[in-house]
Design a protein around this ligand. Sequence first.
Ligand SMILES: Cc1ncc(COP(=O)(O)O)c(C=O)c1O
Length: 446
Amino acid sequence: MKLPDLPRFEHQPKKYTGPSADEVLRLRKEFLNPGIFLYYKKPLMLVKGKMQYVWDENGRRYLDALGGIVTISVGHCHPQVVEVAHRQNETLQHSTTIYLHPNIAEYARALAAKMPGDLKVCYFVNSGSEANDLALLMARAHTGNYDVIALRNAYHGGNAVTMGLTAHRTWKFNVPHSFGVHHTVAADPYRGPWGRDDPDAGKNYAADVKNVLDFATSGQVAAFIAESIQGVGGCVVFPENYLKHAYEHVRSAGGLCIADEVQAGFGRTGSHYWGFETQGVVPDIVTMAKGIGNGCPLAAVVTTPKIAATLAQRIHFNTFGGNPVVCAQGKAVLEIIDREKLQQNSQKIGDRILAGLNKLKDKHNIIGDVRGKGLLLGIELVKDRQSKEPAREECARVIEECKEMGLLLGKGGLWGQTIRFSPPMGVHEQDADFLLEVLDAALANL
Ligand SMILES: Cc1ncc(COP(=O)(O)O)c(C=O)c1O
């Protein structure tokens, strides 16, 4: 069988002259944290990226349909991002918030302009975990309550506080954590009791938030936190109105509503700039990371002036938060998304991939579910459509084969049974078609 051809691309990277992949693997085994994991049997080393493509050390090109784990929003080494970072690096690399700097102020104004309602006070930190940690502190300090409701199947980070919010055994160490955190059922219309054909599904899943409030807490909580689409959990899209009903329950218990937009934000869902908008809600606190900086250590928490005022009771300091270089990059990302109409492109190309995935579902019984919005998509593989037994090994094999054919994909779900698609938002139609052809061939080979 003829293998699908990668779409033509004019960029030719310089020849790589660094250490071999074998040598890097050896160094990594000897000197790096043994908990980090590799995706492929024969580990892939990436040494160059340009827009939606990456290259290995031998000059082989791949379509990065995982987008550096949903982090490359506007494209690898996008020229404007590279240019502003280079210019700022040459001028002043670091200052901190004890001095004035225009980048942090101008960037905060630009980011706040993207937010609905009264959400206009920005805090800058370095990672999604830090952003969620700060959001929780904010909610607890503001409400005077301690308990928090999160969802099963959630991923909110790996530091001490956010590991407690995360609800997958995969990422939770066997140490005391999660104190004050209660996990409500995941609003998962594929695996949960109410499916997509049930108009009351959103309301029914949200009823468990009320149950948790009544049976597991004092009836007063600090916050409810949810990803707008569960990413690591396998691209789980909540039924319509789920967040609306959940927010009502939480607010009537004195809690604040936190939207984790680390994966779903910045236009990736296509129809909306923010994932929470697809559910018709306005949160009290929004956390952002990954795509916000297109690959630099930038993350943010945005909230209302009233909530922010509580946090002014003490000093808030973060050495690298709002660094001039990352703020320049963050501002460039916002400009590029608008100028290049990347939200609209996410919708257009996302729809094309989604339609193709649905066709593949008709052809391959192993695909149990196709879901997602814009360029945040997933397919769940099952051994049997009735029992929904997760097809974990098959999923790993498909991902491995796709890599051999030049396509990089992601994995999600508790059992690693979901294939995830989240390419840079400027990806083209030819890339979508290539992705579908490669996936079809890999599924046929099972
Ligand atoms: C939804 C969500 N929130 C938070 C995080 C944590 O972000 P970080 O790895 O930058 O700490 C992640 C990371 O994958 C995420 O997907």
